[in-house]
Write a protein that binds this ligand. Structure first.
Ligand code: ADP
Ligand code: MG
Ligand code: ZN
Length: 603
């Protein structure tokens, strides 16, 4: 990539040279002056004395402005100053001396002239040249706005390979094909097959889309131009499109290569919709991408890869055949893939022999590759802080807790009463969750504050699940209400501690009614799946049901919560004894792990 080299550097240099020259000259002058005046100063009356006593070498008296310099017969060099307006002649006359040969020297010599006229001029001229050049280079920068900002990854630099991407097996399988297209295009062209132009990677943030795209380039050993969608849409209207043009031109020149447009949803959203300004610009940019992709000859070996986590908001024109017709879904990793990712990221770190990454993988459902990388990094930080030589399993487990439920806040001191309420509240959650079907097993209960929470009950699924039955939601609501009911039954009143539980329970109930068809309203969806306006759908249209239904929905939500509440209250009353035992133990121990918890129910 050729980039306009700002000229600031060279002009700075010449400006510097100018200044140094000026300094040399003036110091030379100063030195000259010093040499000239390395003599003794005397008062005017002493001068008179010298004249009177005829001690002055007659030919060696000079006047330079008000300065009178002379040399004595004993070769001493002397100078003095007369009053500004008086004439030396007057002084001499008054002393009745006229046999002296007075030489009047002009006040300014060549160096003076140079210093006071030429040097300032040079400095000013230099300054102007400097400013001019500066302005010009700024201008150059302004002119390069339309240039593509794509970064060409240095192929000599260590690039990503497929082996750096753990898990993501299906995605890799599809992309192996792409690598082959780039390496042996002839094989496919001979068959009359069209090489796909666009590949869209779809997946949640942090699942490794960018990494996969880099790995394709690394495997195929081709140049990799990467630009993010938001970089197209920057400040100046019209440059998005011209950047696209520039980028494709450059890429075609260095084919075979990969153009990678990250976060393409920034430019590729559905056209003709949306809020706020700037979408004209986006449309132009998008149109330009489409035009460029259509303009590819079949043998132009440029493959456009794009990544997004929101394929649902993309313009359908982007998705039609001949454009981003290949879609590669990058899923969140399952337990085995999580273990593999953890392995990749702990490889280059010193780890203790005892570490069991499978245990960590089990504790991290729903984590993306980036989350797992972060987890290992946190563990490494914890280990380093403690001055250990390697990362232990315990470090990893603390790190899991830190990222899932927040770090323990030992400094927050609760009163005895608060601790007691918290203990019963948490055990309420745990016991209800344990007793009901479909609830995830209890992994840990703790009354040590973490983040906002005073205590936590940590449920952990045994397997990654993909389908959630209605009963699971119902059980979950009960377990969430377990804390509230326990407070009510054991302390005869509720506290603010249950507020976020209630919020979550209500949210689940609302989803059951409006999104999952799990209520008397039947299999109807109420409201848009995405109620966010920014995705480009019309504002104010998201409530696509009538007021009558709004009221019905509210009633049903209330019904769900209420029946769960009755059920939970009954259960808490039934299990009062065991809840008391566990809560009192929890108060002493502060945390109860899964094994200890299960032991209470074993007999
Ligand atoms: P995305 O582009 O999907 O948001 P990235 O590709 O930027 O995610 O992933 C962020 C980081 O997470 C990567 O640099 C990598 O270190 C890590 N990562 C994500 N997925 C994986 C994976 N499958 N294997 C190994 N590392 C991964
Ligand atoms: Mg990315
Ligand atoms: Zn709670």
């Amino acid at each position: 990539m050729k980039k306009p080299q700002p000229k600031t550097k060279s002009s700075l240099k010449s400006f510097g040279i100018l200044i140094i020259t000026a300094l040399v000259i003036s110091s030379f002058i100063a030195f000259n002056q010093v040499k000239q005046y390395k003599t003794k100063e005397v008062s005017l009356s002493e001068f008179h004395q010298h004249i009177k006593k005829a001690q002055i070498d007659g030919n060696k008296i000079q006047i330079e402005g008000d300065k009178i310099s002379y040399i004595l017969t004993n070769t001493d060099r002397i100078y003095t100053f007369k009053e500004p307006n008086s004439q030396l002649n007057d002084i001499l006359t008054s002393s009745q001396i006229n046999n002296l040969n007075v030489k009047v020297k002009p006040t300014s010599n060549f160096w003076y002239e140079f210093l006071f006229t030429i040097v300032p001029f040079l400095l000013i001229a230099g300054f102007f040249v400097f400013m001019f050049r500066q302005a010009q280079s700024n201008n150059n920068q302004a002119m390069s706005f339309g240039k593509s900002r794509a970064r060409l990854h240095d192929q000599n630099k260590k690039s990503a390979l497929f082996k750096d991407v753990a898990g993501a097996d299906e995605a890799k399988e599809e992309l192996v094909e792409v690598v082959d297209f780039l390496k042996n295009p002839k094989k496919y062209l001979a068959m009359g097959a069209k090489i796909p132009k666009g590949i869209l990677l779809i997946g949640a943030p942090g699942t490794g889309k960018t990494l996969l795209a880099r790995a394709v380039a690394g495997e195929a050993k081709v140049p990799f131009y990467s630009i993010s969608g938001s970089e197209f849409v920057e400040m100046f209207v019209g440059v998005g499109a011209s950047r696209v043009r520039d980028l494709f031109k450059e890429a075609k020149a260095s084919a075979p290569c990969i153009i990678f447009i990250d976060e393409i949803d920034a430019v590729g959203r559905k056209r003709g919709a949306g809020l706020g300004g700037g979408h004209d610009e986006r449309e132009q940019t998008l149109n330009q991408i489409l035009t460029e992709m259509d303009g590819f000859e079949t043998d132009t070996n440029v493959i456009v890869m794009a990544a997004t986590n929101r394929a649902d908001v993309l313009d359908s024109a982007l998705l039609r055949p001949g454009r981003f017709d290949r879609r590669v879904i990058v899923d969140k990793p399952n337990i085995i893939q999580r273990e593999a990712i953890l392995k990749v990221h702990s490889q280059n770190k010193p780890t203790n022999k005892d570490i069991d990454l499978m245990v960590i993988a089990r504790q991290t459902p729903g984590f993306s590759g980036a989350d797992l990388e972060n987890l290992v990094n946190e563990a490494a930080i914890i280990a380093a802080k403690k001055g250990q030589t390697s990362i232990t399993q315990h470090n990893l487990e603390i790190s899991v807790e830190k990222v899932t439920i927040g770090l323990e806040k030992k400094s927050r001191k609760l009163s005895d009463n608060e601790l007691k309420i918290t203990a019963y509240h948490e055990v309420g959650h745990a016991v209800i969750g344990h007793k009901l079907p479909d609830c995830d097993p209890v992994n840990k209960i703790s009354i040590i504050s973490r983040g906002q929470a005073l205590g936590v009950t940590w449920f952990l699924p045994e397997n990654d699940s993909h389908l959630y039955p209605q009963s699971k939601f119902e059980s979950e609501i009960c377990s969430l209400l377990g804390g509230y009911c326990a407070e009510e039954i054991f302390f005869n009143q509720v506290t603010t501690g249950a507020s976020s539980d209630l919020e979550r329970a209500t949210e689940i109930a609302r989803n059951m009614v409006t999104r999952y068809g799990m209520s008397k309203l039947g299999p109807v969806i109420f409201g848009d799946k995405d109620q966010e306006v920014f995705i480009g759908k019309d504002l104010g249209h998201y409530k696509n049901y009538s007021e009558t239904y709004a009221a019905k929905i509210d009633d049903l939500i209330k019904e769900i919560i209420h029946s769960a509440y009755e059920k939970t209250k009954k259960m808490i009353t039934e299990h009062k004894k065991i809840i008391t035992t566990i809560a009192e133990d929890l108060l002493k121990k502060e945390t109860i792990n899964r094994k200890e918890f299960l032991a209470y129910f074993s007999n």
